[in-house]
Design a protein around this ligand. Structure first.
Ligand code: 3HC
Ligand code: NAI
Length: 698
């Protein structure tokens, strides 16, 4: 094996290179390599530079080693060894300098950064805190506690330029390694005791205490149930209150506690799940087709957001609508959506103009003839979709990819309308499409490999999180909503208030509860789709209150009232007495005796219903991995990331318990609609998990 840490002598300066692709993570061999090479450097050089190969310094500890028995040297002691070096060490900070990577740079005596480098402490995103001295060295370097607490608790990286502004690095240079060598040459032989951050003495003041107190409140609010951000901030505060060694001991103890926590396991699970989901399936070969120009059909809610996404990524886009008026409306909405960012400084007026200039408008299908990818976002009816695809088949050039943004419909049937089903797939974006990161890529039976690869490449270019799904009503995410909403609505009939349902689930960590989501989406949407389906008596009863609300003009937020009433100015919600009356009316009609429903039951019934439907999707091949389902729910539905996702959560609860509960609930309200999944039941019987299923099937 080639060495991952090597030394190159540049005159009197030892340049210690770290080479551990793809991101120079601090795996065990890298940590020991740094210690060994630094020992040699001290015997033959006057100063050293620590640099990363491939234009990137170090992206942090090796996450794959977490949860395994620790192997010496631990990163904390590597940083201490660097700091204690008899010769000055300069970090050449380029590319990703994250987590343990930044902590390593803090162990060095000087830092030179590329202006575009990304410096950050993203540990909290993995449910942990910087565990190699970062919480104690950073406050000693920055002196401004606000900057330090922000970096430690938010996980957000900053640029090299910003890092220089706040005193995190000494210099910035485009030629980072050469500048670091020049600085090492300059400081060689000079005293550098005051550059050892562990020796800096910090004292607290009433101002510092107040800054942390305010920060703690804000962090608790932002974290929405995630534990690490507040703990990271609290440990950083210790830098002001206790000696360095005690701070390090506290950091270590908190790190060990967090790394073993369910939250950290869940966040690490989702980190790897995201990377796995973005990879092409194993059976897919070839390379993506070239996408230079994109067509979007429909300039409504979704078409507008999708076109914005493409224009933001630099693609020229032709938008087709039925009428000029519809185009006028769509273009005005896109412009106003972008322009809203001008005030907050997210975008300039020129930026808006530049994006708008990438959009062309038409009502003539022939104008789509030069597009390499055409995505339709027209009305959700099969007849309209069929008609659109027949027309596209006539005008689209050979090799153009034809995609549908349908929420539920059969992409095989849509593809069959064309003479080229191999060029057809689903690209299901989420609303608002320019903001929501999820993209379900629906692989139809005949979708060609290179078409699938092209959709993955477009997702990457437009910074979307892709998950490949199979054809099936509602694909992965929307399909699973049905039993989730069913349980929420049933429990309202059984005695829970909408408020209790929503609060129980936001307390669980969801961004919004299901009843509030129905009001936001518009109760009329479900109403219309239910009218198109032939619901059985039980299912019709579940949604009867919602249907009667629609018929009485309570459509949800858009009409000012639904299950709740919404304040016009603030959108704050309160009980809708009319909804309460309608719910009571339905209860009386069907002789439902209400009872007290615990928050625990609300969480169990909704979360187990989700996991059960996820298991059906797996068994049918609509989802290929349980971890893909978790990614879908994290990125498209506001599921709390620190719980990992509905399938990971189910594994945590234990499939045995869930199987028992499914049977128990199946005997009660909702009866047959629980439809326990054979896959879930058999995994439970074998004391296995969805994670095990993923391993067996990867
Ligand atoms: N450890 C192990 N593997 C890692 C890793 C890490 N820290 N960071 C990335 N990887 C792996 C990914 O899993 C992926 O592997 P794969 O190809 O087998 O799927 C590969 O490297 C490439 O990663 P990405 O696809 O994410 O590449 P990008 O170029 O899109 O992004 C990145 C690069 C911004 C560095 C991103 O990978 C990232 O955010 N990594 C995590 C950074 C992080 O959280 N660092 C802190 C670690 S915890 C720590 O340092 C604890 C310390 O305080 C003790
Ligand atoms: P919308 O009603 O806001 O927009 C549809 C637009 O398509 C309208 O502007 C209409 O004029 C245009 N249109 C209709 N038929 C057309 C045709 N034959 N040719 C050209 N333009 C035509 O609808 P929305 O919400 O944007 O939905 C569009 C599609 O996206 C649907 O398939 C829907 O299921 C799907 N979707 C919707 C989501 C949402 O939250 N609204 C989320 C994800 C997918």
């Amino acid at each position: 094996m080639t060495k991952s840490v090597t030394t190159e002598m540049r005159g009197d300066i030892a340049v210690i290179w770290i080479n551990n692709p793809p991101v120079n993570a601090l795996s065990h061999h890298v940590r020991s390599g740094i210690v060994e090479e630094l020992a040699v450097a001290q015997s033959m050089a006057k100063a050293a530079v620590l640099a990363g190969y491939g234009g990137t310094f170090i992206a942090g500890a090796d996450i794959r080693e977490f949860g395994k028995p620790p192997i010496e040297p631990m990163l904390g002691s590597v940083c201490a060894t660097i700091e204690a070096s008899s010769i000055p060490v300069v970090a050449a900070v380029e590319g990703n300098t994250l987590g343990g990577g930044l902590e390593t740079a803090l162990g060095c005596h000087y830092r030179v950064a590329n202006p575009k480098a990304k410096l950050g402490l993203p540990e909290v995103n993995l449910g942990i805190l910087p565990g190699a001295g970062g919480t104690q060295r950073l406050p000693r370097l920055l002196l401004n506690p606000t900057e330090a607490v922000n970096m430690v608790s938010s996980g957000r990286p900053i640029s090299g330029t910003k890092a220089q502004e706040i005193g995190l690095v000494d210099q910035v240079s485009d030629d980072t390694v050469e500048a670091a060598i020049a600085l090492a040459t300059e400081v060689a032989g000079k005293p550098f005791e005051d550059r050892r951050l562990s020796k800096v003495e910090l004292v607290t003041t009433p101002e510092v205490e107040a800054i942390f107190e305010t920060a703690f409140g804000a962090i608790t609010k932002m974290a929405k149930g995630a534990a690490a951000p507040l703990q990271a901030a609290q440990v950083a505060k210790a830098a002001y209150n206790v000696p360095f060694e005690d701070g390090i001991a506290l950091e270590r103890a908190t790190f060990m506690e967090l790394v073993a926590s369910d939250q950290s396991k869940a966040l690490r699970h989702i980190f790897f799940a995201e990377r796995q989901a973005a990879k092409p399936p194993k059976d897919v070969t070839g390379s993506p087709r070239e996408i230079k120009k994109i067509g979007v059909l429909g300039a409504g809610t979704m078409g507008g957001g999708i076109a914005m996404t493409y224009a933001e990524a630099g693609f020229p886009v032709t938008m087709l609508e039925m009428t000029d008026e519809a185009l006028d409306r769509g273009f005005a909405t896109m412009e106003s959506n972008w322009s809203r960012g001008i005030k907050s400084g997210r975008i300039t007026a020129e930026g808006v103009a530049e994006r708008m200039a990438r959009l062309t408008r038409t009502t003539d299908y022939k104008d789509l003839a030069d597009c390499d990818l055409i995505v339709e976002a027209v009305f959700e009816t099969m007849e309209v979709k069929r008609d659109v695809f027949r027309k596209l088949d006539k005008v689209a050039k050979k090799g153009a990819i034809l995609a549908s943004n349908t929420s539920y419909l059969d992409v095989n049937a849509i593809a069959a309308e064309t003479s080229r089903p191999e060029d057809v797939l689903g690209m299901h974006y989420f609303s608002p499409a320019n903001i929501m990161p999820l993209l379900e890529i629906v692989r139809a039976d005949k979708t060609a490999d290179d078409v699938l690869l092209s959709a993955l490449a477009v997702a990457k270019k437009t910074r979307k999180m892709p998950v490949i799904a199979g054809v099936g009503h509602g694909f992965i995410g929307n399909r699973m909503l049905t039993p989730y909403f069913r349980q929420a609505n049933l429990m309202v009939l059984e005695g829970a208030s909408p408020e209790q349902i929503d609060n129980a689930l936001t307390n669980f960590g969801w961004a919004m509860g299901p009843i509030a989501v129905s009001d936001l989406a518009g109760l009329d949407i479900g109403y219309k789709s239910r009218k198109d389906q032939n619901l059985d008596e039980h299912e019709a009863r579940v949604y009867l209150a919602a249907d009667r609300l629609v018929e009485a003009g309570h459509l949800g937020q858009k009409s000012g009232s639904g299950f709740y009433i919404y304040d016009k100015a603030t959108r704050a919600r309160s009980e809708n007495p009319e909804a309460t009356r309608i719910v009571e009316e339905v209860r009386a009609e069907f002789g439902i005796n209400t009872r007290t429903i615990s928050d625990e039951e609300i969480v169990e019934r909704t979360m187990y219903a989700l996991a059960n439907e996820g298991a059906h999707a797996l068994a049918e091949g609509v989802a290929s991995r349980a971890s893909d389902i978790d990614v879908v729910y994290n990125h498209g539905y506001g599921y709390p990331r620190w719980r990992g996702g509905p399938m990971h959560y189910a594994d945590n609860v234990g499939l045995k318990k869930i199987a028992e509960k499914l049977s128990e609930y199946g005997d009660g309200a909702g009866g047959a609609h629980w439809n326990p999944s054979d896959l879930l039941m058999s995994l439970a019987e074998d004391s296995r998990s969805f994670g095990d299923w993923d391993k067996d099937n990867s």
